[in-house]
Ligand binder design. Structure first.
Ligand code: AMP
Ligand code: MG
Length: 320
C-alpha cells in the first residue's frame, strides 16, 4: 500500500448526526475547514434552535417579510417549487406538523385528529411569498414554519464537495448521516457505501453501493420513529393527511450527481411508492433509485451510475 492509498477518516457530530469525512491525506486543517463549513450551514438552516436564518423567517410569520442571503433564498425558492408540484409529497412548510409530532425528539405523542386538521391549514406552500427584488421570504399566515430537513443535508453535502474541489481535492467522501457525496473513486476503484438493514444495528448491511464521484442519499423510516401500541410512527409525514406516510416502503436510496437532487427525490419518491416511482424514473435517467420494501425486496430502478453488491440472502433483488 502506498501512502496515497491510505484513507484518513475524520468525524464529528453536527446537525444531530454523526458526520464522517474521508480524505487521502492527513490534513487536519482541511478537515477542520470542512467541519467549520458544515457548522456554518447548520447555523443558517436549523429549526431545532431559537436562532437561524430560517428561524428568523418562522418567527416573523404572519407579520413581516425577512430578507435572506442569496444561497438561502435560492434553496427556499427550490424547496417551494418542488413543494408546489402537483401531488407532491414534499412540503417544506410541514414545520408545524413536525414540531407537533416531535418524532425522534423527547416529548413525542400522537396528535388528536382535530389538531392535525388545524395544523394542516398552516402548511400551504403557496402561502410562502418570495420577492426576488428584495430577496425576502414572507410566511403569510401566523403559525407557519419552514422546515428544510428533507433538502438541507443534500444541499450541504454539495457545498462540501464544491469546497473540497476548490481545495484541489480529487478523492474524498463526506457522509452527513445518510447523505453521502463522493469525489473520485476511493481506494479500490469505487467508493463502497452500505445499504442499511432497516430497524437493525447501524452497521448491519443488506448490500453495498459502489460509486465514482456520485451522491448516495437514503431516507428510511427507521431513521427516526417511535412505537406505540404496535404501530410505528416515523418522521416522513404525508403532507395531505398529517400522519406518517404509510406504504410498502422501508427506505428509498437515490444515486445522482448532486446530493440535493438525491435528498429531494428520496422524499418525493417515498410518497409515490414503488410502482409510480419506477414509471417516473424512466423519464429522468440521471436519477436512480433503490427501494427496500416491507416484504423483503430490494428493487433497483436501473444501474447506470453504480453497481450493487447484495449481502443478505433473505432479500429478493429485482432490477429494472
Ligand atoms: P429526509 O431526511 O430527507 O428523509 O427528511 C426527513 C425530514 O424532513 C424530517 O425529519 C422532517 O424534518 C422533514 N419532513 C418530514 N416530512 C416531510 C415532507 N413530507 N416534506 C418535506 N419535509 C418533510
Ligand atoms: Mg430528503
Amino acid at each position: 500500500m502506498t501512502p496515497d492509498d491510505r484513507v484518513y477518516a475524520y468525524s464529528a457530530v453536527l446537525m444531530g448526526s454523526p458526520i464522517l469525512l474521508k480524505l487521502f491525506e492527513h490534513n487536519e486543517s482541511l478537515a477542520s475547514g470542512v467541519f467549520r463549513l458544515i457548522k456554518h450551514q447548520e447555523n443558517t438552516f436549523t429549526v431545532n434552535r431559537p436562532h437561524s436564518d430560517i428561524m428568523a423567517i418562522n418567527h416573523a410569520a404572519g407579520r413581516d417579510p425577512v430578507t435572506v442571503s442569496a444561497p438561502v433564498f435560492d434553496l427556499i425558492r427550490r424547496a417551494k417549487a418542488i413543494s408546489c408540484l402537483p401531488d407532491s409529497s414534499f412540503n417544506f412548510t410541514i414545520g408545524p406538523l413536525v414540531k407537533r409530532w416531535k418524532i425522534g425528539f423527547s416529548g413525542h405523542s400522537i396528535p388528536a385528529a382535530q389538531d392535525l386538521q388545524t395544523l394542516l391549514a398552516l402548511t400551504n406552500p403557496e402561502d410562502v411569498i418570495l420577492d426576488e427584488q428584495t430577496r425576502s421570504v414572507f410566511l403569510q399566515q401566523a403559525g407557519m414554519e419552514i422546515d428544510l430537513g428533507a433538502i438541507a443535508k443534500g444541499y450541504i453535502a454539495d457545498v462540501v464537495r464544491d469546497y473540497l474541489r476548490e481545495q484541489q481535492v480529487e478523492n474524498a467522501l463526506i457522509n452527513l448521516g445518510g447523505n453521502v457525496q463522493t469525489l473520485g473513486a476511493g481506494a479500490e476503484g469505487a467508493w463502497a457505501i452500505g445499504l442499511k438493514k432497516p430497524f437493525s444495528e447501524p452497521d448491519t448491511l443488506i448490500g453495498v453501493i459502489n460509486v465514482i464521484g456520485k451522491s448516495v442519499v437514503t431516507s428510511g423510516i427507521y431513521e427516526r420513529y417511535f412505537e406505540l401500541e404496535g404501530h410505528c410512527y416515523h418522521h416522513i409525514l404525508d403532507p395531505k393527511t398529517g400522519y406518517p406516510l404509510d406504504n410498502e416502503l422501508l427506505s428509498v436510496t437515490i444515486i445522482s450527481e448532486d446530493s440535493i437532487n438525491g435528498d429531494i427525490w428520496t422524499t418525493l419518491l417515498y410518497g409515490m411508492g414503488v410502482e409510480k416511482s419506477l414509471a417516473y424514473l424512466e423519464q429522468i435517467p440521471h436519477i436512480e433509485a433503490i427501494f427496500v420494501t416491507r416484504d423483503g425486496q430490494i428493487i433497483l430502478s436501473s444501474q447506470r451510475q453504480f453497481t450493487f453488491t447484495p449481502l443478505d440472502d433473505s432479500y429478493r433483488i429485482t432490477t429494472y
